[in-house]
Design a protein around this ligand. Structure first.
Ligand code: SF4
Length: 362
């Protein structure tokens, strides 16, 4: 059976059937949405879904509670808005980029033009439509904010001339001009060496096989420094936390009105220009001191049939008094822990008679 037939990662047409209806995931390479595109998503959520826009841990956007006709109507609207450039590739456009790229002094190189080139090259390559929906590209502007996203093919800027291309624990110094083609070639090489694996790390000696296929040799030490981007002003940008990653109609409408472009981060926040005001009035968070900065939750009840609790409601009730030691917090409705951060977080999991917090019953 072809991999695309067994791949259960949701997209816009191949939606996931959740307890509350169809769940569509819209890929947003680099997290970049124009105000017009965000407005299309907002209106589509109101017309076709439950009205909310969910931000995912890969900087994508989800719409829930679609009926049987929803995916077709949604895909038509996204195509017109430029959010669905290739139906064949819609689930494989998984490209993360540092959300503050080019906007503050921590950014060693603006990776967003590379994202555009990579996305175009991906959609222009029919064979790469066979990539698994979990396969992930990441472009870090050098600050280390994507150090823990566990991408299959990652690059991290050294300066405006060079970057380190990483496949798991193997690293190669490369020039920026070669980066898009090398990332695409690495994905093609993965398809050549994999059987039914979903990620490079699952292929035995996959990293070395792929590098060899590219004619490259690992020659670089990894820069493992990781940084966390918090809510607040960073250079010319304002990072805005969206409580539990769920944008209401009112919040989305306000964001549409304040910026020409909004960037969705992998941390359930968005980036808008510094100086924007009025966001706190609709429940968005613009300071790192908020109890909501760094807090995430899976769908929970009633959206997910596996959920043992309404984790979003419980998190909303409990967060003001929750002990977290400066760590991120993730609430899960069951042991699958969908959408959890990579590591170093407070792990809150619903069980049949309450919650486990870092394994301890509360
Ligand atoms: S963690 Fe469990 S309850 Fe939450 S969305 Fe995933 S499967 Fe559903």
């Amino acid at each position: 059976m072809a991999r695309t037939e067994t791949d259960r990662c949701p997209g816009v047409l191949a939606v996931h059937q959740a307890a509350d209806g169809g769940l569509a995931r819209v890929r947003v390479p680099g997290g970049r949405l124009t105000a017009q595109q965000l407005e299309v998503l907002r209106v589509a959520a109101a017309d076709l879904g439950d009205g909310r826009l969910e931000l995912t841990s890969r900087g994508n956007v989800q719409i829930r509670a679609l009926d049987a006709d929803g995916p077709r109507e949604l895909s038509d609207r996204l195509f017109v808005a430029g959010l669905l450039p290739s139906i064949a590739h819609e689930r494989v456009r998984n490209i993360l980029a540092s959300p503050l790229s080019g906007l503050d002094e921590e950014s060693r190189y603006d990776v967003l033009p590379v994202v555009t080139a990579l996305d175009r090259g991906l959609c222009a390559n029919p064979g790469l439509a066979e990539l698994p929906g979990r396969f992930l590209f990441a472009l870090d502007d050098g600050r280390g904010d994507l150090a823990d996203v566990q991408a299959d093919v990652a690059v991290r800027a050294l300066d405006d001339r060079a970057a380190v291309l990483s496949l798991g624990s193997r690293h190669v110094r490369v020039g920026w001009a070669d980066v898009p083609d090398l990332m695409l070639a690495a994905a093609e090489a993965f398809l050549a060496v994999c059987d039914q694996e979903w990620r490079i790390a699952e292929v035995e000696d996959g990293e070395q096989q792929i590098l060899k296929g590219l004619g490259l040799q690992a020659d670089e030490m990894a820069d493992s420094r990781a940084t966390k981007v918090t809510a607040g002003v960073h250079g010319s940008a304002l990072v805005v936390t969206v409580p539990l990653g769920s944008l209401t109609q009112e919040q989305a409408a306000v964001l549409v009105g304040v910026a020409d472009e909004v960037r969705v981060t992998p941390w359930r926040s968005v980036v808008v220009p510094a100086g924007v005001t009025g966001l706190e009035d609709v429940g968005l968070v613009t300071t790192p001191e908020s109890v909501w900065d760094g807090v995430t939750a899976c769908a929970g009840r009633p959206g997910c049939a596996k959920a043992l609790a309404d984790v979003r409601a419980d998190a909303t009730r409990s967060m003001p008094t929750f002990a977290r030691d400066g760590r991120r917090v993730h609430w899960s409705g069951c042991e699958r822990r969908c959408g959890k951060p990579a590591d170093g977080f407070v792990d809150v999991v619903a069980v049949s008679n309450g919650y486990l917090v870092d394994g301890v019953r509360v």
